[in-house]
Design a protein around this ligand. Structure first.
Ligand code: PLP
Length: 371
């Protein structure tokens, strides 16, 4: 699905030098590279404050801890997402309220959000799934009407541009009250280990989140809040500093591969290629097809036989996960989510795909579907 090795080889000299600089400096935690990376990333995203942390899941957790929520408060999230988004809600004794996604964009459906709001609702967590933006303008409008926080899960969409109806363009992750992202190696901006970051334009929230990520202290050994220990290490920051400079090229390479797939699959009776809404660019963290009329699991198995990796993101939606069985979801029916869950299949998508590989993946996919 990914080829981080060949991507590394192209920047090997720079990366190796940067890693050795960190080793020589012996500032493994919170060294110069971390400060530099936070500054560059902040400028790239167009945010006021960027707080590096240990991973994307921690970023979401720290964001939710900073909002001062009470146990039982409700957080609205799509069910059609990775577990991390909803797991942290449960971990903090908050109640995940699962809503629908739009069948075209795979992102949170504003109408479904409106219907799910109760007096206990405190926050909405839109996910920019597969590299496509959630409808942020509508989500921010709903949040404003109901006085709710918005935390963007931007783990899959770093570099994606969102266009507002007045023409303003912002990077996803910089639009909500808080934005969260992940530098897991396979993400669009991937480290060589774990990493994450939190974005906000709110000084008070930034201050709280910085403290929470550091054991609730501002002054060493004086702990004012219950926090956690969530740091980005200097070696990962040094790697990310170099890769951030390449991010636009990386996303362009993904778009080029997606374009190749699109052209090959366009108009096929059984295939819906990824949709791109007018308000969003697409950075193709995943290239996900919707199969209707052919067996998705059959294609998955056939591709495996041909040594082509393919994946189902995600085979079980949140509202059907055992972990949430005690969360009173018996009456939670999400027809679109269930429908999509049975039909999505993701093909290899990364920066190093060449035309020969793409042509092979396409021809085997079509050969199965046209049988
Ligand atoms: C990867 C991911 C996360 C979590 O990031 P980690 O760095 O793996 O903790 C959260 N949400 C989504 C949608 C993701 O894809």
């Amino acid at each position: 699905m990914v080829d981080t090795k060949n991507q590394y080889l192209k920047i090997k000299n720079e990366v190796d030098t940067a890693i050795h600089e960190v080793l020589d400096s012996a500032a493994y935690i919170n060294g110069k590279a971390v400060q530099e990376f936070a500054k560059s990333l902040n400028a790239y995203i167009g945010s006021q404050y960027t707080i590096p942390c240990a991973n994307g899941t921690d970023a979401l957790q720290i964001a939710m801890m900073a909002l001062g929520l009470e146990p039982g408060d409700e957080v609205i999230t799509p069910s059609f997402t990775y577990i991390a988004t909803t797991e942290v809600v449960a971990l903090l004794k908050l109640k995940p309220v699962f809503v629908e996604v739009d069948a075209k964009t795979f992102c949170i459906d504003p109408e479904s959000v409106r219907k799910a709001i109760t007096p206990k609702t405190k926050a909405i967590v839109p996910v920019h799934l597969y590299g496509h933006a959630a409808p942020m303008e509508e989500i921010m409008q709903i949040a404003k009407e109901h006085n709710l926080f918005v935390i963007e899960d931007n783990a899959q969409a770093i570099g994606c541009d969102y266009q507002f109806s007045d023409g303003t363009i912002k990077k996803t992750g910089s639009i909500g009250h808080i934005g969260c992202t992940s530098f897991y190696p396979s993400k669009n901006l991937g480290a060589y280990g774990d990493g994450g970051a939190i974005f906000t334009n709110d000084e008070v929230l930034a201050d709280r989140m910085k403290m929470i990520a550091n054991h609730g202290q501002k002054l060493r050994y004086y702990h004012d809040l219950v926090g956690c220990n969530s740091r980005l290490d200097s070696i990962q920051a040094a790697v990310l500093n170099i890769k951030l400079r390449e991010l636009n090229h990386y996303n362009a390479a993904r778009q080029k591969a997606a374009n190749f797939y699109d052209k090959a699959f366009m108009g096929h009776d059984y295939i819906t290629t990824p949709y791109k809404a007018p308000y969003s660019t697409h950075v193709y963290h995943q290239y996900t097809l919707l199969l209707n009329g052919a067996s998705r699991d059959g294609l998955n198995a056939y591709l495996a036989e041909k040594k082509i990796p393919s994946m189902i993101y995600y085979p079980v939606p949140g509202h059907k996960q055992k972990v949430f069985a005690t969360f009173g979801l018996d009456h939670c029916t999400l027809e679109t989510t269930d429908w999509l869950t049975e039909r999505v299949i993701s093909l290899p998508m990364h920066t190093e795909l060449d035309e020969e590989q793409l042509a092979y993946i396409v021809s085997e996919t079509l050969s199965y579907l046209n049988k």
